[in-house]
Structures are given as structure tokens and as C-alpha cells.
Design a protein around this ligand. Structure first.
Ligand SMILES: [Zn+2]
Length: 1083
């Protein structure tokens, strides 16, 4: 055997035999942290990408010349007014203020010749407050946010001619979240804030550096946020590090090389909207949005400017980004823009016509849905949809309330009756007890009507369009079994002006990643919210369902905070109902009386605006409430004027005192009433009948009208008795309430009703918004002084008690019992005057009742909502404070107790204790919220049987007492109007409520011309089933009706209704909790 070697067979390899050098693994954390250093401020900012962002910067004379005019006080003058004043020279570094003032700057720009050929020239303006750029001709161009946000305005090419060009900047001395003093934005505003003009300069931006910055930011996010066990994460980290190594400070060509490397991860199309043209199926649909609170940490007056700033910015941005679509809600805000900024409105209108700017929501404002009445909700849609239709030619399909604090169980029905099949919200992701289990589902109303609801899984309506937002659109999606698509609602809210160029650029890269590398959910821009819902609607029957209220497990204090505002809301709703009903009657009775549509519209628009989700709930600053006070005062004044005019038509005038024969009781409720009414200081009468004017008759101590008495049975213990109730009062506490007809004690032995209790009220953070569960542990009953007789008349007796809350606060309570009238259930009325000067305390009044049920009932819009009285599960427990309208009721089989109120919305029933919430004393964002005097009424109404129409009607009556009027014209005229012109007949289900009577919006003698006029005169009736059962009845009218139609809330015809032979009558047949609207066309 020889020793020679044989050549190896097989493929040749260049793989070195020996390792030439050591190579280590990337230490993930260190290489990730390095990415941020590439563009961060701080010690490397002059040596990293940041140092190459700009090619040149010029400021001061002669390139940027500044002069200013200070608007006096807190006025917000128009462009024309402002620019008519003399401007005085000013400069960068000057301070402007105080808070809420306005300063107009004349800015004369002259581009230096060596910059005129630069690729991108911008004005950078930063005064750390909000601003609006106007051109010389008075057209608003674009908003500015300040504090580094939205500080750039692109110079038009016409400015590159080396000549001087003038623009104006309207500076508002507030930040995007108002004027909070420190870092805590909900603290009451500092009235003395000043703002420094930090920058006013012409900048030649390097577009490559800017684009590279976004490239690295997003790929860096992939490196940071993709899972460590994915190759996509490792590749992102590697690419970022390659880019950092390729970058050379000062070498602009290295920027191009860096961007080329980024293409490996992002693809080659991210520099334009072309990136969205891959044809691959997206799952996340991005829509630009700017959530502008109509008031909040700033007054309504400032919102009008925020709208102009924000929407001008969006029109400008859309011109540069063809994929950007923008959805915006709140008809009121469009109306402000139309009236105050006509050229900006025209620009918006053009974008709407192009299909880029999408009016959405269908409602007047993004309102609260807990507290407004049913009719208010209807009007939110009626006024909203009519505005959209008349200004943009179409109605909205999607109800849009991303930020409102909980959602009433009747909304799906009202949405569908307003032409909307979809609903978007997001707020329930803030629940702090239970996580809401669905992203996309069918939401079902009390009456069974459904809408498709989507809650964006990124859990924000002001997304920054981060990589993480896109990622969470899938990872937090809770309805993937049914559908994986979602909406991403992006753009800065409030003063932030909506999407920024950064947002749009980031999303291009996110899409690039999905198509190039994968793993990230594929985002798409260019669609509308309705396109998104269209796809869902096709598979609606497979979506899960949620029945009833979307209860928000947070912000429960908003049922009580800013008590005066809530009382004014309730009163406005009552007075508007009266005005519309009586004006309808008057306009049909007397052709010369013109239905006051303009005044009614303006009243409704104010009331609807004040129902905005930070106004009515009580979460705005004090300035906003001074504005809403003025709006409500105007509503009441207008109503008074209208009612005076109507009285003339009815032949009566308002009276302080009258006689039985010369007087009437003005009634606006649609059922037979029989009540005691004062006709002079010491005399009362019984008002009885149907219709607007009830006749009076003397109150006699007969069997029918039993009297009432008060007796001191032992020292400080009083018994008030009528022929139905016997009430024992001691030191303001009701220790016994005996129902003489039912032979039943209402108050459990040893327990105390009408007991005031006070709680410590320090929620985790959101003071005006939240009352937290632990406040219940701090309950302290308040002691009262000795009770005394207050009034002792044959028809009414009352006792008075003073309760000391603290050295500063006290309550005067009058407990009244009125003579009971046969057949009319009697109640105990309590009227209190509270002097309230507390800090972080919550005042309530309790009613333990001898009734057992695991569920209590609460009046809600057009119906009843039931909620647990126990804490079995965390979902039950979360409802420890709930919203109620005119009554709450606890009934067992055969018997129950209702608590009525005239102005309150917060309630709780725990076991057998019913608890009405009266006053809070939050100190933020309004330091003086609820301080002062309050008049509050409530009543205890025991009743035989379960919750019934008796309580529903008494709730109406308690809020709408009869008013004394006296005849001013021959009795014949008055008699004619004392018949009800429209009513439900006696044999109709008593659960039916004829709630609203008004004229048709577009009747020829009513219309204000927004939409096509309809010939003739018509009356709209809204009837609902109040108790949750099938309800049938007959509507009868004395008007000459030639045709009846069932219509929707927008008064579109749904179906014709047969008028019974002989005329004037038609049948109604309603589903449980159905809201039905009818149009009566008059002959
Ligand atoms: Zn909001």
C-alpha cells in the first residue's frame, strides 16, 4: 500500500478553513437603545441625524419681520377687525399673555437669494400656544399647535422671488389643553400664563434627512416591538444598525445610501401613496380624525377657533397626501365654521365633495347619552342630520361617539330611526373594573333594534399612528372569531389639529413593512369609515350581540357634578316640550300665529350644544359653565316670550292669583290630570281635566277631597296625614311612612328615610368625573335640628328642618303632604335648599324601603333600564352608582316605592336602600364647581302593584307642575281650547306616552328653507311604550286630518296609517319600548 494522497471529490468551497476573526452576537438591548441615539436630542444632537435636518435657517430682519397688535381683554376679533389696527414691532423672545388673550402678528417674509432654490422652505413658528396662519387676503391657511407640535408652514413657491410677502398669525394664549398651571392638565386654569415666542424663522429643510428619520423611527419600532422570537424583529435591528453605520455627518449623499438600506425592510414605495397600491388585502383601516371637544379645558368661544385651525390644517395636509381621508363629527362645529370662517368652510366643502373630508356622526354634537331626555337624543340626530343633508347633500350613516361616558340602551333604536346603521365608540376601554369583551358586535336596544358597533382595538381615537397602534389593532382585537378588520382613528385631538405629516409618513412605512416583511397587520388609507362598516354589514348576522346599556365603568360622578347645569338641562327640556306643543296648537288654531321655528331651532341648538360630553357631565372648566349659564338664560327668556304670545292666542294670561271661576291650570301633559293647585296665598282649587287648559273647582272637605293635617305627637315628632299616607317625621327624618290604602309600612322598622348622608369623595384622579367605589366606606349620616311646622293649610301641610353639614354648609328641608284626591296616588314631597361650600365631599339622601328585589328600575330615555341591587359579580358591583332620569323604582310583586326628582341624575340602590345623589364638590377642572345655593325637589311615591304608568306619569307631573292662568277674553274662546286637540283615548294602554307634539320641520308655513318645503300643514307626534310591553291604543284628534303616516325621526315617511272611518282617529300598536313617530297631514 502506497502513502500517496487522493484528491477529494465533490463541490469546491470558498469557506475558509480557519476562522479569521471573532464575531459576536448582537446584544439585543444595547443595539436597540442605540437606534434612539441616532435621532434623539441631547448630547449627540449636533452629531447625529438631527444635525442634518436643515440645510439653512434664517430669522430676524430683513427675512422675518414681526409686528403685533394686542386684542383688548379676552376678545377674539375677526381678521378684518384685527388687521385694521396699528401693529407695533416685536421680536422673537418676547412674551405674550395673559391666558386667553389674543395677539395678531404681521409677519413679513423675505427669502434670501441663496435659499430660493432649496428643495423645501418652511416657516417655523413656535410660541408654545395655538395659532392660525392667515394670508394677506384674510383666508385662514393652517393651524399651529406650539410646543414643538405642528410648528411648520410650507412657504408657497411664489415666496421664492426675493420680495417681501406678508402673512398674519393669530395667536391664542392657550395650549392645546388650555391653561393648566403645571403638568396636571385637569387642574383649574392659571389666569396669568404668558407665552414666549421661541421661533419665527425660515428653514430650508433637507427632505432626505426628514424621510430617513421616519424610516429609522418605524424600523426601530419593529426592532423594539416585534417579538424577539421572530426573524422580522432581528432583521429590523440589523437594518437600523446598518443605517447608523452608513450615516456620515455632513455628507448628504450618505442619507440617500441610508434610505436605500431602509428599502430592504420598507419596500420601494413608501415615498408616495403608491405604497397602498399593492392590491394585498388590508385588515386595519386608518382614518384621519381630530376629536375636538366643544368645550372642556377651554371655553366654547375658543373651540370655534380650534375648529378653524384644525380643519384648515387638514385641508392643507390632504393637498400633499392623496391617501389621507379625514372624518369629523359635530354639525355644530361645521356650523360655526360656516358662520365665522366662510372661506375655510368653502375649502372643507370642496374636500367633502371630493370624498376626502367626511362629515360623520349624524348628531349635533358628540353629546352625553346618559342624561339628555329621549327627545333630546332625537333632536341631536334631527338637527345633526338636517345640517349635513342641507349643507353637504347627504346624511351620515355612522353614529360617532368615541369619547362619551357610557351609552344609553335606546341609542340603537334611535340611530336606526335616524338613518344610521353603525356606531363607533372607544371609551369603554377605559373601564377600570371589567374589560368589555368585544371589538365588533351587534348592539341591541331595549326594543330589540340593532346597530353594528365597532370599538377600535388600538383603544384610542387620537392615535399617533405609531407602529404600536397598528400592531395593537390586531393584538387587542377581541372579535377575531368573527372578523379581523378594524379601524385605526388617528390624529391629534383638540388643539392638536388632527393628523400630522409625521402620522401619514409613519403609516406609509407601516404598510411598506406589511407588504415587504410581513408580520405587522396590513394598514390601509384612502377608505372611509362607511367603507369599513359596509364590509361588516355584509356579515352582521355572524357578529356577537350585546343587549342593553353599554355601561361605562368610570366617570360615575358625571351624573352629579355641575348641578345647576343639569337642572337647566332638565328645565330646558320641559320648557321646549311645552313651547312646541302649545305653539303647534296655536298655529293651527289661529292662522295669523306663526310657528316660531327660528326661535325653537335656536333654543334647541343651545340645549343640544350644552349636552356636549364635557358640558352636561360637568367635566369642563368654570369659564365654559359661565357660557352655558348664558345660553340657558337665553333659552328661558326666549321660551317666556313665545309662551306669552301663545297665551294671547289661547285667550289667557299668566296669573299669580285667580278665582275658581276666572282661572285655569295650564297643562301640557297628555293625560287626564286632577291635582290641587294654589290659586291665592291661602286658597287652593282642584284642577281637573284633559287638554291645555284645565278648569278649576273649589277644594271641599268632602269625601272626595279629603284634607290633610299635621300634629305634634311628642316633642319634635310630627305626624302628617292625608287619606292615603301617614308620615312620621322626627328631626327631618321620616321614621315611618304608612300607606293607609295598602295597610302597609314603607320604611323598615328602625330605619330612617330622607336621611342625608355625606361621603369623602376623592377619586383616583379624574375629580369632576369620577366617584370611586371606596367612597361608600366613608358614609356619614348627618344629624338635624328639631323639626318645626312650616305650613298648615287645609290642603297642604309641611314641616321644616335645618341640617348642619359643616360650619359653612347646611340644608333647609321642607317635607310636604298635600290633600290626597281620590284615585290619584299621593306622594311625600321634599324640597330642599342647600348651602354648599364643601371640598371633595358627596351629599346624598337615602330611602331604606321595605321592599325586596335583586333589580331596581330606573327611567331612561323612552323606557326603563333595570340594574342589580346587589354586588354578586364585578359587573354588578361596577354599577354602584348609575344614571336615572325622573324616577328610580324598587318594586317587588304587588308593591313598590318610586323616588321622583326634578333635576338629578345620579342614583344607587343597594339592597333595600335607595339613594339619590345630590351634590359633589370636585375641585378640578372647575375650582368652584357646585359651590353656592341649590334648590332641589324629590318625592317618595309608594304604590300598590309593580312599577306602572302611575310612576311614569307622576315623574312627568313632578317635573311639569300645572301653571295658573286666568282668562282674558270671552269664555267661549277659552272653552274651545280647553279640549285636547290630540290625545290617546281612554281605552289605550296607559303605558303609551304621547311625548312630543310639534309641527313638521318642512311645512310650508314653518320651514326655514334648509331642505325642500312640503306643501300644507302637518303635525308630528312622538309616542313611546314606557314600560316594556306591547302597547296598543288609539290616537284621536279634533284637527282636520287628511292623511297619517308613520315616519322616522327625520320625518321621512315609513308607511301610511289607516284613519278610522269618520276621521280623526287611528290605531297605534307598539313593540315593547318602541318609539313611534307619526305625521298628521292636515286638510
Ligand atoms: Zn371628548
Amino acid at each position: 500500500m502506497g502513502g500517496e494522497s487522493r484528491a477529494q471529490k465533490g463541490p469546491r468551497s470558498d469557506y475558509p478553513l480557519r476562522a479569521p476573526k471573532p464575531v459576536g452576537q448582537m446584544i439585543s438591548k444595547i443595539y436597540k437603545d442605540r437606534i434612539n441615539q441616532f435621532y434623539a436630542g441631547g448630547q449627540y444632537e449636533h452629531h447625529n441625524l438631527r444635525a442634518m435636518m436643515n440645510e439653512a435657517v434664517v430669522s430676524g430682519h430683513p427675512h422675518v419681520q414681526l409686528s403685533v397688535w394686542h386684542a383688548p381683554d379676552q376678545t377674539r376679533p375677526t381678521f378684518k377687525n384685527a388687521t385694521s389696527h396699528e401693529f407695533k414691532k416685536t421680536d422673537v423672545g418676547e412674551w405674550f399673555g395673559p391666558s386667553w388673550t389674543t395677539h395678531w402678528f404681521k409677519v413679513v417674509l423675505k427669502v434670501p437669494s441663496d435659499l430660493k432654490d432649496k428643495r423645501l422652505l418652511e416657516l417655523h413658528w413656535d410660541a408654545n400656544n395655538e395659532g392660525l396662519i392667515w394670508n394677506e387676503d384674510g383666508h385662514p391657511l393652517q393651524g399651529l399647535t406650539g410646543g414643538g407640535e405642528r410648528v411648520e408652514w410650507i412657504l408657497p413657491d411664489s415666496f421664492r422671488d426675493g420680495k417681501e410677502h406678508t402673512i398674519y398669525v393669530e395667536m391664542a394664549c392657550n395650549g392645546m389643553f388650555g391653561n393648566a398651571p403645571g403638568g396636571d392638565s385637569i387642574q383649574p386654569p392659571d389666569p396669568n400664563k404668558y407665552f414666549r415666542l421661541d421661533r419665527a424663522e425660515i428653514v430650508a429643510v433637507d427632505p432626505d434627512a426628514r424621510q430617513l428619520y421616519i424610516d429609522v423611527w418605524i424600523i426601530g419600532d419593529a426592532a423594539r416591538e416585534f417579538p424577539q422570537d421572530s426573524w422580522e424583529q432581528h432583521k429590523a435591528l440589523k437594518i437600523c444598525n446598518e443605517i447608523i453605520e452608513t450615516f456620515e455627518l455632513g455628507n448628504r449623499e450618505s442619507l440617500t445610501a441610508c434610505r436605500k438600506i431602509a428599502e430592504d425592510y420598507l419596500g420601494t414605495n413608501v415615498n408616495s401613496a403608491k405604497v397602498y397600491g399593492s392590491g394585498k388585502e388590508p385588515v386595519v383601516y386608518g382614518i384621519g380624525h381630530c376629536h375636538i371637544d366643544s368645550c372642556w379645558l377651554w371655553p366654547f368661544a375658543e373651540t370655534k377657533r380650534k375648529v378653524a385651525r384644525s380643519w384648515s390644517s387638514q385641508c392643507d395636509l390632504m393637498d400633499r397626501y392623496p391617501e389621507l381621508n379625514f372624518a369629523c363629527s359635530q354639525a355644530q362645529q361645521f356650523k360655526w365654521l360656516k358662520e365665522l370662517y366662510p372661506s375655510a368652510f368653502d375649502r372643507v366643502k370642496k374636500k367633502v365633495a371630493e370624498g376626502r373630508f367626511h362629515p360623520i356622526g349624524g348628531s349635533w354634537v358628540e353629546h352625553d347619552t346618559n342624561m339628555p331626555s329621549g327627545e333630546s337624543l332625537v333632536r341631536q340626530f334631527l338637527y345633526g342630520q338636517r345640517f349635513y343633508e342641507s349643507n353637504f347633500g347627504s346624511r351620515c350613516q355612522t353614529f360617532w361617539l368615541p369619547d362619551t361616558f357610557g351609552y344609553s340602551s335606546q341609542l340603537p333604536q334611535l340611530c336606526r330611526l335616524s338613518g344610521m346603521t353603525r356606531f363607533l365608540t372607544q371609551k369603554l376601554s377605559w373601564n377600570n373594573i371589567n374589560k368589555f369583551p368585544h371589538t365588533t358586535f351587534n348592539w341591541v336596544a331595549l326594543d330589540g333594534t340593532q346597530v353594528i358597533c365597532h370599538m377600535p382595538p388600538a383603544e384610542t381615537y387620537t392615535a399617533e399612528a405609531h407602529f404600536g397602534d397598528v400592531k395593537r389593532s390586531m393584538s387587542q382585537h377581541k372579535s377575531l372569531d368573527q372578523d379581523a378588520t378594524s379601524l385605526l382613528v388617528f390624529g391629534k385631538g383638540d388643539g392638536g389639529g388632527g393628523p400630522t405629516w409625521q402620522h401619514v409618513e409613519k403609516l406609509r412605512r407601516c404598510r411598506g413593512i406589511s407588504d415587504t416583511v410581513g408580520l405587522l397587520p396590513r394598514v390601509h388609507l384612502g377608505n372611509s369609515v362607511d367603507d369599513f362598516f359596509d364590509k361588516l354589514e355584509a356579515k352582521a348576522d355572524s357578529l356577537v350581540t350585546w343587549f342593553g346599556e353599554l355601561y361605562f365603568e368610570l366617570h360615575r360622578g358625571t351624573y352629579t357634578t355641575q348641578s345647576n347645569n343639569k337642572r337647566d338641562n332638565r328645565r330646558s327640556e320641559v320648557v321646549l316640550r311645552d313651547v312646541e306643543l302649545l305653539a303647534t296648537i296655536a298655529s293651527i288654531k289661529d292662522n295669523s300665529y306663526k310657528y316660531p321655528k327660528k326661535e325653537i331651532d335656536s333654543m334647541w341648538e343651545s340645549v343640544l350644544l350644552c349636552q356636549f360630553h364635557d358640558c352636561l357631565p360637568g367635566s369642563s372648566i368654570e369659564m365654559a359653565y359661565r357660557e352655558s349659564d348664558e345660553m340657558y338664560a337665553e333659552v328661558f327668556k326666549t321660551a317666556e316670550g313665545i309662551l306669552k304670545d301663545i297665551s294671547k292666542v289661547l285667550g289667557v294670561s299668566q296669573a299669580q292669583t285667580t278665582t275658581v271661576s276666572g282661572g285655569f291650570a295650564l297643562n301640557t301633559l297628555p293625560w287626564h290630570r286632577k291635582e290641587v293647585i294654589d290659586i291665592s296665598e291661602n286658597e287652593a282649587a282642584v284642577a281637573c281635566g284633559n287638554g291645555p287648559l284645565l278648569k278649576l273647582r273649589a277644594l271641599k272637605a268632602s269625601q272626595e277631597d279629603a284634607l290633610v293635617s299635621v300634629q305634634q305627637v311628642s316633642k319634635g315628632v310630627f305626624v302628617l296625614v292625608n287619606n292615603q299616607l301617614k308620615v312620621k317625621v322626627e328631626a327631618g327624618i321620616i321614621t315611618s311612612l304608612y300607606d293607609r290604602l295598602a295597610e302597609r309600612e314603607v320604611i323598615p322598622k328602625g330605619q330612617k328615610a330622607n336621611q342625608f348622608v355625606i361621603f369623602d369623595d376623592k377619586p383616583l384622579y379624574w375629580q369632576a368625573w369620577d366617584v370611586e367605589v371606596y367612597h361608600l366606606e366613608t358614609r356619614r349620616p348627618l344629624d338635624s335640628s328639631e323639626t318645626k311646622v312650616h305650613e298648615e293649610k287645609k290642603h297642604r301641610v309641611s314641616v321644616v328642618t335645618h341640617t348642619k353639614i359643616s360650619d359653612k354648609s347646611s340644608i333647609k328641608t321642607i317635607i310636604t303632604l298635600t290633600a290626597a284626591i281620590n284615585g290619584q296616588p299621593s306622594h311625600v314631597e321634599v324640597s330642599s335648599t342647600v348651602e354648599w361650600h364643601e371640598t371633595m365631599k358627596f351629599l346624598k339622601v337615602e330611602f331604606p324601603v321595605d321592599v325586596r328585589n335583586t333589580e331596581a328600575s330606573y327611567e331612561t330615555q323612552f323606557g326603563i333600564v333595570k340594574r342589580p341591587t346587589h354586588y354578586n359579580t364585578s359587573w354588578d358591583m361596577a354599577k354602584f352608582e348609575v344614571c336615572s332620569h325622573r324616577f328610580a323604582d324598587l318594586s317587588e310583586n304587588g308593591y313598590g316605592v318610586s323616588i321622583l326628582n326634578d333635576s338629578k341624575y345620579g342614583f344607587a340602590t343597594a339592597g333595600n336602600v335607595m339613594r339619590l345623589s345630590l351634590l359633589r364638590s370636585a375641585k378640578a377642572p372647575d375650582a368652584h364647581a357646585d359651590m353656592g345655593t341649590h334648590h332641589i325637589r324629590w318625592a317618595i311615591l309608594p304604590h300598590q302593584g309593580s312599577l306602572s304608568h302611575v310612576t311614569v306619569r307622576r315623574g312627568f307631573e313632578f317635573n311639569n307642575p300645572l301653571k295658573l292662568v286666568s282668562s282674558v277674553s270671552p269664555t267661549t274662546t277659552v272653552a274651545a281650547t280647553s279640549e285636547p286637540p290630540v290625545y290617546l283615548t281612554e281605552d289605550s294602554s296607559p303605558a303609551l306616552v304621547l311625548d312630543t307634539v310639534k309641527r313638521g320641520e318642512d311645512d310650508e308655513d314653518v320651514s326655514r328653507g334648509e331642505l325642500p318645503v312640503k306643501a300644507g300643514r302637518s303635525v308630528i307626534l312622538r309616542i313611546y311604550d314606557s314600560l316594556g310591553g306591547r302597547a296598543r291604543g288609539t290616537v284621536a284628534t279634533t284637527w282636520d286630518v287628511k292623511r297619517v303616516c308613520k315616519v322616522n325621526l327625520l320625518e321621512d315617511e315609513l308607511e301610511e296609517v289607516v284613519i278610522e272611518e269618520g276621521g280623526g282617529r287611528f290605531a297605534v300598536d307598539l313593540r315593547p319600548f318602541e318609539v313611534a313617530t307619526f305625521r298628521l297631514q292636515l286638510a
